[in-house]
Design a protein around this ligand. Sequence first.
Ligand SMILES: Cc1cc2nc3c(=O)[nH]c(=O)nc-3n(C[C@H](O)[C@H](O)[C@H](O)COP(=O)(O)OP(=O)(O)OC[C@H]3O[C@@H](n4cnc5c(N)ncnc54)[C@H](O)[C@@H]3O)c2cc1C
Length: 408
Amino acid sequence: MQDAPLIIYADKCTGCSLCLKVCPFAALTLEPRANFDLPESRFKNIAVVNEACTACGACVEACKFEAMAIREIERTGGDDLTAYKGVWAFAEQRDGEIQDVVYELLSKGRELADKLQTELAAVLFGSHMKEKAAELTHWGADKVYLVDDPALAEYSTDNYSSTMADLIEKYKPEVVLAGATSIGRAFIPRVAIKAKTGLTADCTSLEIDDEQKMLLQTRPAFGGNIMATIICPNHRPQMATVRHKVLKKASPDASRSGEVIEEAPTLTQARTKIIEVLHEMGNTVNLAEADIIVSGGRGLGGPENFKMLEELAKELGAAVGASRAAVDADWIPAYHQVGQTGKTVCPKLYIACGISGAIQHLAGMSSSDTIIAINKDPDAPIFDIADIGIVGDIFEIVPMITKCLRDR
Ligand SMILES: Cc1cc2nc3c(=O)[nH]c(=O)nc-3n(C[C@H](O)[C@H](O)[C@H](O)COP(=O)(O)OP(=O)(O)OC[C@H]3O[C@@H](n4cnc5c(N)ncnc54)[C@H](O)[C@@H]3O)c2cc1C
């Protein structure tokens, strides 16, 4: 395979097949040397890489003969990392409305830009968005790159990724942030591939290291059991996505102003056709926006008992959340799930009922302002982060609270 990310040195490969065994992607095969016009060798076969190779390096580490190496990929813009300046936040809009996660990204972006002593820019795609573009400067952006075109009114993976990649090539930002929303998750990885750089998805913290001024991108790893801090030392921009409500948003300052720079889109031949746009169903709880959440876990014992939580939620004007155990048991639909693989929430009050407090659940709710936990096990880990812990049976306590609220 020409220009494969893996180099195999014909003079060193013994055809031992160890690399085939460790490759998680079935990207290596053993072939007779004669087929490739390779130098005579006492070893009949040679390892050959195919297009499934992701340059993960597992084979390089395993090879006892130093017969493999990862090819240094040539980046757009050459190797001069110092040519990259500025922090960008992608300003996602839906139906012309800037999404809340954007203000959170701008708040963090401002902090990072100040630490790097550079500019913060927002990047906005849409149609008839000039007014909204100017407003983004109130939230901390020094500049807004606006691509205002009817073709970008609705999200399009092809047009968004090619336009963003071209802007990156033109302006060379050192950091690019985006929301880990369905849109961000769909097109930002494609942008990273086009820019030949790395991407850390679903970060929970972003900082600048004092010495090398690199972006420290922290996210849960190994099923949430450790927090890994990831850097992107050799490529630019450093790209990261962050879920809604993970970062805090600052307040807008109407006296701030900045420059709005209009750019043309890079429109591509669409490979997908939108047949119909369906808006979220009315009965879908917007957990991410709720001020109060009453959440249930396996302790509820069955789907019928979520009714008890719905009654409490009704009295409080709350949304109903759930642990993954309750969702996996089919007691409640998946869009109620809170946690690492569910929604990240940050309500004023989170009431956890019959939830043990596994690290993956905490990853989605631990930044709630006040946490009340009700659990019959006094050693349940949820009590470690709860502001108020009630040791007892949810079937006694929850109806009691609901009654008190009703009788007020
Ligand atoms: C990669 C990965 C991602 C994951 N993502 C998520 C995620 O997004 N969200 C998530 O929630 N989990 C997630 N999990 C699962 C997580 O590890 C836990 O298994 C799950 O959170 C447990 O749910 P639970 O607390 O409801 O159940 P359990 O751990 O079984 O806890 C039930 C609790 O109910 C209490 N209880 C029982 N009866 C009563 C009663 N009558 N009154 C009071 N208390 C009672 C028990 O004492 C116990 O503490 C993930 C796991 C992995 C590996």
